[in-house]
Structures are given as C-alpha cells and as structure tokens.
Design a protein around this ligand. Structure first.
Ligand code: COI
Length: 362
C-alpha cells in the first residue's frame, strides 16, 4: 500500500438539494474533498473528508504573496453510467509545472491521479448526466505558512474539490482585443496556472464587460501585436480552411491547455491542417476583411469549445459567420462530448474509467 488515505464520509449528503437540470457554473459543491498537507519536506495527512471550510491564519502566505496554483478538470458519465476522467496524468504534470514556477513543492503525480479516482468514485452520484454538464474538478495548492516576510513558504496544502456544472459559456462569446493591459510577458508566470494570473486579468475583463464584451483577447506584452489567449481559454482561428492557433513554445506566455492539445490531435487526425505559430491581430483583421476568417473558437476545460461571435480591435468589430455555418468547431465540440460520454472510440486513450483503489477501504 503506497499511500494511506483516511476516508471520512459525510453523514448528511447535500445531493438532493441540487437541481441537476439548472446547474450554474461553480456554485454547487459536492459532498467530499481530498486534502493533503506539506510539512517537514513531505506530503502527509492524506484524507478525504466532508467538504468544509479551513481555518485561516491572517498571515497565511498565499493570501499575501499569491503562492497558489490550480488545475481545472472534468469527470463525466458514459452513456451507460460509468464515471470517467479525462487525461488525468496531463493535469498532474501541469500542476507540477505550475508549482515549480512558483517555487512550490511538487505533488506526487501518482497520488494526484489516485486521489481523483477515490474522490470522484465516492462522489460519483454528483456527476450530472445531462449533455453539456459535467463534474468540474478543482485541484489546487497554496502556501500555508503564517509569515510576513517574502520567501517561499515551508508548508502547503493541496486540495481537490468538485462541483457539478452546466456550460461555462452557454452562448457564443464576444472578445475585445486588449491594447493597454497585458496578461503575461515572456519570463513571467503566463505559462503556469497561477492564481495571480487570473487576479491580474480581472480589471481588464471587467472593463471589457462594461463595454459589452464577454472576455479579453490578450496580445503580446512588447508590441500588442501577437495573439496569446483569452485567459479563460486558448484560442483558435480558421482562416481559409486552415486552423491556426498561437504556439505556447514560441510565445512563452500561454497556458498549455489540455483541451487545446486534445483539439489539435483530433483535428489533425481528421485530416485538417493545424498550424501552431505566431498569429498577429493584423493577420486576423486582414483575413476578416478578405472574407477568409471562417471560424474563431476558444478551448478550455471549463469552456470546452466556445464559439466566438465577434472580436473588437481598435474600434473595429469583426463579426464571425453564424455557428450553423461553421464546420470545424462544432465537429471538435461534439467529438469531445462524445468521447466523454463513451460514444466515440477513444483512439488516443484519453478517457479513464474511475476506479476505487484497492489501497483504501471505502
Ligand atoms: C478551466 O478551464 O478549467 C479554468 O481553469 C478556467 C477558468 C475560467 C474556470
């Protein structure tokens, strides 16, 4: 038995209070959470327990200096009722990539995956059956030392909680290309899933909302020219039949989305040409003006595949063709949905049936 996880089940499930036909995103929380504490150089006190609040010292370092990283994943139920995870090892690896960037300890990847199986297995009844809904899984790690000086914390907490969710973007979204604020610069934390990246994006996002746009389209920090991502999702363009998406390796500022990676594989496998390369906002404007900008869509765990209906840049609005006239993004979206429902052959080996590990007596 490699890991000992203490399991305490709730005696008062809140499941019956949830309206599974009307699920907002991120407002209902399932019965249990997984928790681990990092002390004396190791992860310990592994437990699954009823979801509850944590006592917080006012000097908790994560609150002051932002040493906090997270993941977003989804579990679904197959058409015959089996709970499934999607690419859990990729999320374990990305969490550790983020943790290293913020000088935090890595979390053992096998334990990360084991904890997911256990937690989702215990709360499997919380996975909404409806198409477009899922059990959103939020693993995260934060610094817990009560200390006021600036240095990496010596102690951390790792937690996984889950929420039954409906669609993050129920309708096509509008984007405002940002020409004043930036999300990330090369050498910064843009590639990590760090809590602070999201904090820094909130004011520009609110200003975009006030102008009538759903989200910000981020441009590079030096020239405000090259497209990065949307902040809640990665971005794809279909120009003259070819799929183009910014290249995280080249930019050094973009989150390596797991849905992004999946969509690239799916589209290439289907025979579409997908280019990962620099793409400037000027190229998008030129393609639009030439009638060659056929589709724009975002990808992310929460968003899955979100159709973009318009993009504004320097006072000009580019309106995209209606979703009914699009081919590639609806195909990509149904592919992922069908894969998660076990209705499509899993040729990439991404869908993992949830098992209750033998290492615990649940
Ligand atoms: C996700 O897609 O899982 C994210 O973490 C993005 C956030 C907007 C919910």
């Amino acid at each position: 038995m490699k890991y000992q996880v203490r399991v305490t089940r709730t005696t008062a499930s809140r499941l019956s209070r949830v309206d599974f036909d009307n699920l907002p995103f991120g407002k209902y929380f399932s019965d249990h959470m997984f928790v681990a504490e990092y002390r004396d150089g190791q992860w310990q006190d592994l437990r699954i327990e009823p979801l509850s609040e944590f006592a917080t010292h006012p000097a908790t370092m994560a609150l002051h200096y932002g040493q906090a990283v997270f993941e977003g994943m989804k579990a679904s139920k197959s058409h015959d009722g089996r709970p499934m995870l999607f690419r859990p090892e990729m999320h374990a690896r990305r969490l550790n990539f983020s943790a290293r960037r913020l000088a935090m300890p890595e979390f053992p990847e096998d334990l990360f995956v084991e904890a997911l199986h256990m937690l989702v297995g215990i709360d499997a009844d919380w996975i909404p059956p409806k198409k477009g809904s899922a059990l959103y899984i939020r693993p995260f790690m934060y610094a817990t030392d009560p200390y006021v000086g600036v240095r990496p914390s010596d102690t951390y907490r790792f937690v996984i909680f889950t929420c039954p969710v409906g669609p993050y973007y129920p309708k096509p979204v509008s984007l405002l290309a940002e020409t004043h604020y930036i999300r990330a610069a090369r050498g910064g934390t843009g590639e990590a899933k760090a809590a602070g990246n999201y904090a820094a994006a909130m004011l520009p996002a609110r200003l975009a909302n006030e102008k009538g746009y759903d989200q910000v389209l981020w441009l590079d920090a030096r020239e405000f020219k090259y497209i990065q991502e949307v902040g809640t999702m990665n971005i794809f363009f279909v120009i003259d039949g070819k799929v183009v998406t910014p290249d995280p390796d080249q930019e050094g500022t973009i989150l390596r989305g797991i849905t992004r990676d999946s969509i690239i594989h799916i589209l290439r496998d289907e025979g579409y040409e997908v280019e990962e390369r620099r793409i400037s906002i000027d190229e998008v404007v030129a393609a639009h003006d030439a009638g060659k900008l056929q589709e724009v869509f975002g990808t992310g765990t929460a968003a899955v595949v979100a159709h973009v209906q318009k993009i504004a840049y320097e006072g000009k609005e580019m309106i995209l063709p209606p979703v009914e006239d699009r081919k590639i993004s609806p195909f990509a979206k149904s592919y992922i949905d069908e894969l998660r429902a076990g209705l499509r052959e899993d040729k990439f080996g991404w869908v993992v049936p949830v098992r209750l590990p033998e290492s615990i007596d649940v």
